[in-house]
Design a protein around this ligand. Sequence first.
Ligand code: SAM
Length: 349
Amino acid sequence: MSAAPRDVQDTFGRPLKSLRLSVTDRCNLRCKYCMPEEEYAWLPRDNVLTFEEMAAVTGYFTDLGVDKVRLTGGEPLLRRDLPRLVRLLFQNRKITDLALTTNGILLGDQAQDLFDAGVHRITVSIDSLRPDRFRALTRRDEHARVLEGIRTLRQVGFTGLKLDTVAIRGFNDDELADLIEFGKGHRAEVRFIEYMDVGGATDWSMDQVLSRAAILEELGRRYGRITPVEEVSSAPAQRFLLPDGTSFGIIPSTTTPFCSTCDRSRVTADGMWYLCLYAKDGTDLRQPLRSGASPDSIRELIRSVWQGRKDRGAEERKALGQAGVREARLIEVKKLREDPHLEMHARGG
Ligand code: SAM
């Protein structure tokens, strides 16, 4: 991996490039693998960063080499007036890729404003094309609105649309080709994510993980020869082509972790910075931000923390499995319930 001179590198030479900014820990779905409970220990409202604070924090990161920013959550569209944050970030010319991940429910209302404000790319998470399955997984009857949201994206003019599907054995493993066909109809690239044992996935078990190999086998049976796309990228998705040229991706985080090229980190809505999706501890950026610390000292803090980064969380998770403690969890459920920051929906997927 090559890094520009100003780039800050961690102990494995990984540059600080990609930032996921969680704008809220709230969500309007209750997916079984992410946020299965109705109520949580939510982040205290006063602690949630204002848009100006988020733009300032993002600016410190872009000063140190970050050029990709993805807004996430919780469900980012639940954060009131999100386009205003987008407009603030759009003024930061060091951001070359300003993306958003959403469950799509509120896109029908917000897609136009997000487009006008300057979001470059949108990824919609959709795990099933069947309303009954969607309801069973998410505990909400919102499937039609998600489909409507996806349609609106095209009407508004978004290109480069991606659809992310968590592939779960026994749940949607018979829908892989249907999802690809649906994606074709919407000029969207489908990416299958291996089910991960992260905060929120309290019912995770290895036998529910539909591996990259199993996904390729299933799609090969339906479509014939599948060709890997040769590309040098730090993106988590490995891309493939079907015989008709349709591309799709697989994010094999569980069976084939990509820690060695991981250039991403996450800031929660209340300003905690995590170096890894699996990290148990983070760095509080809200405190220096609100106590009037100088921009230089905050940049210095970020630089030194990144330079000491050793995280290889997904690889460690995999090693646990290989050591025969497959069902052991990296973070105990009890700890998850005590500290909202450990939940996937707080630190952003
Ligand atoms: N609400 C937004 C959405 O639905 O895209 C953004 C946040 S959500 C946490 C981001 C992504 O993480 C979604 O695609 C979701 O499916 C994925 N995700 C959540 N829990 C997961 C798990 N246990 N394994 C794999 N992916 C997961």
